[in-house]
Write a protein that binds this ligand. Structure first.
Ligand code: NAD
Length: 246
């Protein structure tokens, strides 16, 4: 079996959340080119529709902060072979200035909503005895960071959840993994940089000397959910240009 064959997704049904922008949009393009059948979901209706029509995908508008909406998405998606739990938000603020409402919103979207999707989609995978779940965590889960306290904690929770789900579902042939990107150039980071909440100060700590791109993260995601990574589960892979070691 060749590596190229492992990276082909013909006939696989893949649900990507947060697919209207950034990493999710880049993943949609890669998986489309690799023959996947895509279900794309996001809270932003128009950009989602544009990405979905470009890649012949089904589009589903949902709000990951709303449990009923997450359930609707899981029902609408039907049986999926691969879930990519990518939707997320970053409230970039000093801990002392972060309101309880902002804490709750971050945790509701970045942890609780993601966890709920893992449960709802994972159940069918366990029953069918196959499937892969990838969550997009963050390198900040390991390093922490200025203006990242709540976000980093929510992402750390996803990495921990990944381990336990992998242990429980491994015997059913379901892999659960997590990808922890370092700062990459998407709308999320451009916005916080513009608002002066995170400039290029951290770049000196990146051994590769640059921020990542959405395409680089999408390729890592593709590898992790592919059969090329079939003996990996429970793991969080960091892709951050070496930041955590810098
Ligand atoms: N860009 C980075 O440097 C970086 C680094 C580490 C981790 N991440 C994580 O990667 C993932 C993708 O981020 P990105 O950089 O592509 O950002 P992005 O803002 O470009 O994309 C995030 C997507 O999630 C969607 N979304 C936000 N809230 C939602 C909600 N309540 N319900 C449904 N969809 C919602 C947005 O509409 C958007 O399309 C996020 O989980 C983010 O935390 C990003």
């Amino acid at each position: 079996m060749s590596l190229a064959h492992d990276l082909y997704f013909s006939g696989r049904r893949i649900l990507v959340t947060g697919a209207a922008n950034g990493f999710g949009e880049a993943m949609a393009g890669l998986f489309y080119a690799a023959g996947a059948q895509l279900v794309l979901a996001d809270i932003e209706e128009q950009p989602l529709a544009a990405v979905a029509s470009r890649y012949g995908a089904a589009a589903h508008v949902f709000d990951q902060a709303d449990p009923a909406s997450v359930e609707d998405l899981a029902k609408a998606a039907g049986p999926v072979d691969i879930l990519i739990n990518n939707a997320g938000v970053l409230v970039a603020k000093p801990l002392l200035e972060t309101s309880l409402e902002e804490v709750r919103r971050t945790v509701d979207i970045d942890f609780v909503g993601a966890l709920r999707l893992i449960q709802l989609i994972g159940r069918g995978m366990v029953e069918r005895r196959r499937g892969v779940i990838l969550s997009i965590g963050s390198q900040t889960a390991f390093s922490g960071g200025e203006n990242r306290a709540v976000y980093a904690a929510a992402k750390a929770a996803i990495s921990q959840l990944t381990k336990s789900a992998a242990v429980e579902w491994g015997p059913y042939g379901v892999r659960v993994v997590c990808l922890a990107p370092g700062r990459s150039l998407t709308r999320m980071t451009r916005q916080t940089a513009k608002e002066g909440q995170s400039g290029d100060r951290g770049l000196a700590r990146v051994p590769l000397g640059r921020w990542g791109t959405a395409e680089e993260i999408a390729k890592m995601a593709m590898f992790l959910v592919s059969d090329a990574a079939s003996y990996m589960t429970g793991e969080t892979v960091i892709a951050d240009g070496g930041y955590v070691h810098g």
